[in-house]
Design a protein around this ligand. Structure first.
Ligand code: NAD
Length: 481
């Protein structure tokens, strides 16, 4: 049973009012433990600790090489504890153990390694200004205290996406994981301590939306890096306007996947099943609208439905599980109601379309669902479902499908399935999305930018892009005369 506390300035503490909230296993609803619910007093204390650590020579004067070693050591510790972290992620979030191991844990470790490499390469430049006897150069300085607010779908990996570049750039951080899935964030923060980070450099506040709101509103926070829903992203922009905090937002998506007439349908089916159903579709970049050339629609739909129906649902920790439960009863209800709306609007269920029953009835399981006869205006084609639901739509020509794919507020990811280079080039150029994948599922990589167009967010994280958003640029003018 987990008894999570808060990490503030190197001290593990309870909330001053003793407030706690429960953590549940989504596979059977059982209680996993209790976590401290940080209130305003803890937010104030964590911000003060992070500010103090920012100025403390123990961190501020750490050499780039030493900071790189710290990040590398965190990666080593994640790998040392990989089995334990994967099991905890699977139990807390629901994802199959293999996904927890290969995506969440491996992705977290790789992120720390990648940014360990960058620390010694965060360079400024010399600028040819036209003032006589003047040298101008730029310095990349930390933004300051960063509030890192994460969602429940890949808690460990997304925490690493933020902590690693923030520390690489010399910032101090306060991590606020999602209330549904905080357990691996607790472990990660312990590993950061064990790696030897000075007190106050990484702080952890567990809690719900109120804790996140208090962090965003706090004058002592310089930057918010948020991954989560578009509606909360908008709220964060409004709440951070008064002091013009630096804000990056990785938000929702409704990724179109376009299957062209010449596509290898078997490969497209396999890739789209992966692209749509990793972590039971609880992936921001999950393929969520399938536009199929009308000539291949029937073949694609039949093969897709057969592949989806063959997937095994089960607890993440059970051997042979392909799809785990959804994260919560509330989310299960939401997925169910969106499918219900699709059916009421005229979509046909080809496979799935209901909760799992029998031995799985105690968990939050929804059967993977293929919907045919979907139109662009249907709720299920427009709203982010964030679950195991695959709506299939037919298209007739390229310009039409580009316009339909772009007829959305989102623009995080998209896919194109074709063997023709011209088709690939025209569609990838035409689609408005932060990442377009050709003949492959939507994979993140530490080296590649991640972020979206439109309501999918602000800015890009990962790769060298994260260095831009976790630093301020200072110009230095040196005159002699
Ligand atoms: P959410 O927006 O409900 O919550 C995310 C986090 O924000 C949680 O830690 C929550 O406690 C906190 N929060 C809630 N209200 C807040 C407020 N007003 N101020 C500050 N913090 C607040 O999102 P979720 O339901 O946890 O996650 C699912 C969403 O995340 C989906 O929309 C998904 O697409 C998105 N997501 C995006 C990416 C990406 O990289 N673009 C990755 C994963 C998930």
């Amino acid at each position: 049973m987990e008894q999570g506390r808060l990490l503030i300035g190197g001290q593990w503490t309870e909330a001053t009012d003793g407030a706690r909230f429960p953590a549940h296993d989504p596979a059977d609803g059982s209680l996993l433990g209790h976590l401290a619910d940080a209130g305003q007093a803890e937010v104030d204390a964590a911000v003060a600790a992070a500010r103090a650590a920012l100025a403390d020579p123990a961190w501020a004067r750490t050499t780039a090489a030493a900071r790189a070693r710290l990040l590398w050591r965190i990666a080593d510790l994640i790998e040392r504890d990989a089995d334990e972290l994967a099991e905890l992620e699977s139990r807390d979030q629901g994802q199959p153990l293999g996904v927890a191991r290969a995506v969440s844990v491996a992705g977290a470790a790789e992120h720390f390694r990648y940014y360990a490499g960058w620390v010694t390469k965060i360079e400024g430049s010399v600028t040819p200004v036209s003032f006589p006897d003047t040298l101008h150069y730029t310095r990349r300085e930390p933004v300051g205290v960063c509030a890192l607010i994460t969602p429940w779908n890949f808690p460990l990996m997304i925490a690493a996406w933020k902590i690693a570049p923030a520390l690489a750039c010399g910032n101090t951080v306060i991590l606020k994981p999602a209330e549904q899935t905080s357990l691996t964030s607790l472990r990660l923060v312990r590993l950061c301590e064990e790696a030897g980070l000075p007190a106050g450099v990484v702080n952890l506040l567990t809690g719900g939306p109120a804790t996140g709101r208090a962090l965003v509103a706090h004058r002592g926070v310089d930057k918010v890096s948020f991954t989560g829903s578009t509606s909360v992203g908008r709220e964060i922009v409004r709440a951070s306007a008064d002091d013009l905090k630096r804000v990056t937002l990785e938000l929702g998506g409704k990724a179109p996947s376009i299957i062209a007439r010449d596509a290898d349908i078997d490969a497209a089916v396999a890739g789209n099943v992966q692209g749509a159903l990793l972590n039971s579709g609880q992936v921001c970049a999950a393929y969520a609208r399938f536009y199929v050339d009308r000539a291949r629609e029937q073949e694609f739909t039949e093969k897709l439905a057969a592949a989806v129906a063959a997937l095994r649902l089960g607890p993440g920790l059970a051997a042979g599980t392909d799809l785990g439960p959804l994260v919560s009863a509330e989310h299960l209800g939401r997925v169910e109601s969106l499918v219900g709306a699709g059916v009421a609007e005229g979509a046909q269920v080809v496979t799935g379309g209901s909760r799992a029953d029998g031995a799985l009835a105690g968990g939050h399981f929804y059967r993977p669902t293929v919907l045919a006869g979907v139109r662009d205006t249907m709720t299920v084609a427009r709203q982010e479902v964030f679950g195991p639901v695959l709506p299939v739509l037919a298209y007739d020509d390229e310009d039409e499908v580009i316009a339909r794919a772009n007829d959305t507020d989102y623009g995080l990811a998209a896919a194109v399935w074709t063997r023709d280079l011209g088709t690939a080039q025209r569609l990838t150029a035409g689609i408005r999305a932060g990442a377009v994948f050709v003949n492959m599922p939507p994979v993140p990589d530490p080296a590649a930018p991640w972020g979206g167009f439109g309501s999918s967010g602000w800015g890009r994280e990962m790769g060298a892009h994260a260095l831009d958003v976790f630093t301020e640029t200072k110009g230095v003018w040196l005159h002699h005369g």
